[in-house]
Write a protein that binds this ligand. Structure first.
Ligand code: NAP
Length: 435
């Protein structure tokens, strides 16, 4: 019998478990350990609440979770309740599927002023992550600046712009919906330090900005390269840039009917955030591209008055004591996912925060092939009973998958009309509903 511990119950964790089931059949026991009492990581806490079709992939993970040789072990923090060394003694393979839940730091003056948030915090707030339930973003100002030209920047701009009715069918938490509904925001500026041909935004997500009830996107025609240059782009990118061209062509008369303008400010790098006790403005430097398409400051600066700055510049994996870490790249030090024989990482913890949810599937299958090569038939380790005994001596209250189903049922029962679930945002409430 092989015993595998997977740390993290997001997409990378469940795809790895699915791969292990397929590879080893009934000759494997898999424990998926998560620090939170609820499973699915990024699906519950990262994917935008109005993207329910993406969230539906958790149905596939649930099938894996409900099979006999897979177990969810929630409310257990690796590094606090149990160490990686202890897990390695108990399991033939330990796979870190911890994702990249921390914000990449915005290293500019004023980056720590009240009113500056990283996307992990802001997205976590509207998605009901227990760590960010008390965030209280200031939505009483008229201008919000978003830094970054990726899909997270688009998610944040869209969520800030939607009306209550547009959140119908979503699972946005009510504390966020109520605050967003009462928001005074009229302008959202998305800063990109490079140009329209260097965005990391995908066409579907970009296109959504063109169909909002009370908001409309604004792109300056002068920022767009000659249309002939679009032919050199790969097809997905060309579609995204086509959306930007459509946004640039929106007539002023149409804008007049909209309450919120979403401004794309390209060739614009943040250099400082200023304010006496909170954010009052962001200082921005005009940039140009060098021959390697890197952004270079031109020395021309300007200020944008704003009451909140949300930095959407990517994420990092938190390090774990004793596990080799590549600080520059914000991920575990690994070769193709192997940290050392018996210890692996997968998904964003392996390669950094890039790619779609589906990218984690081949990742999971590759890592399990490697595990199979390394561990053979297993070394007669204790696995589950050993972990249970250890956690019991430490008084850790484990949340099982059946408890999660009760939490989910309670959330469904609490739902307001039109919303699939009303999520619990406090760990103690989740545990109570699961008990
Ligand atoms: P991302 O795609 O890596 O984009 C990060 C953006 O931040 C880039 O435009 C980058 O510009 C900019 N940036 C980085 N450091 C900066 C700095 N110091 N100052 C100014 N700008 C800076 O990251 P993300 O948006 O967090 O998304 C993470 C992953 O999740 C991506 O693979 C994304 O596609 C995926 N995702 C997908 C969806 C969806 O499919 N619906 C939704 C959300 C996220 P440079 O290019 O100049 O470095």
């Amino acid at each position: 019998m092989r015993h595998i511990a997977i740390i993290g119950s997001g997409p990378a964790g469940y795809y790895s478990a699915e791969a292990a089931q397929k590879k080893f059949g009934s000759d494997v026991r898999i424990d998926i350990i998560d620090r939170l009492p609820v499973p699915f990581g990024l699906i519950r806490f990262g994917v935008a609440p109005d993207h329910q079709s993406i969230k539906a992939v958790s149905g596939r993970y649930e099938k894996v979770a409900l099979s006999e040789n897979v177990r969810f072990v929630g409310n257990v923090t690796v590094g606090t309740d149990v160490s990686v060394d202890e897990l390695q003694d108990l399991y033939d393979a330990v796979i870190l599927a911890t994702g990249a839940p921390n914000d990449r730091k915005l290293e500019i003056a004023g980056g720590d002023l009240p009113g500056v948030f990283g996307s992990a915090a802001f997205v976590g707030w509207y998605n009901g992550h227990p760590d960010f339930a008390d965030l209280e973003p200031p939505l009483d100002g008229r201008h919000v600046v978003i830094i970054g030209n990726g899909n997270v920047a688009l998610d944040v701009a869209r969520i800030l712009s939607k009306t209550r009715a547009e959140f119908g069918g979503s699972d946005i938490v009510s504390h966020a919906l109520d605050r967003l509904d009462a928001s005074a925001v009229e302008e959202i500026t998305i800063l990109g330090r490079r140009g329209p041909h260097q965005i990391a935004m995908t066409p579907k997500e970009l296109g959504e900005l063109g169909h909002l009830a009370r908001a409309t996107p604004r792109v300056e025609k002068d920022d767009l390269p000659d249309i002939g240059e679009d032919a050199l782009l790969e097809p997905g990118m060309r579609k995204s840039v086509t959306h930007l061209r459509e946004f640039a062509a929106i007539p002023e008369a149409y804008r007049a009917d909209k309450d919120i303008s979403i401004n794309f400010d390209f060739f614009a790098a943040p250099v400082a955030i200023e304010g006496d006790i909170k954010v009052d403005r962001i200082m921005v430097e005009r940039t140009r591209l060098d021959e390697q398409l890197r952004s270079v400051g031109t020395g021309e600066t300007y200020a944008i008055d704003c009451s909140m700055v949300i930095s959407c510049i990517g994420y990092e994996t938190p390090s774990i004591d004793g596990v080799p870490f590549e600080h520059g790249r914000g991920r575990f030090a690994n070769v193709e996912g192997r940290i050392l024989p018996g210890l692996y990482c997968v998904g964003w913890a392996r390669r950094g925060p890039s790619g779609t949810i589906g990218t984690n599937r081949p990742d999971g299958y590759t890592i399990i092939d490697m595990v199979a090569d390394d561990i053979g038939e297993g070394e007669g380790k204790t696995g589950r009973p050993g972990l249970d005994a250890l956690l019991e001596t430490r008084g850790v209250q484990v949340v099982k998958f059946s408890d999660w189903k009760k939490i989910e049922e309670a959330e469904t029962a609490r739902a307001r009309e039109g919303a699939p679930r009303e999520k619990f945002v406090r760990i103690e409430d989740m545990i109570k509903a699961g008990g």
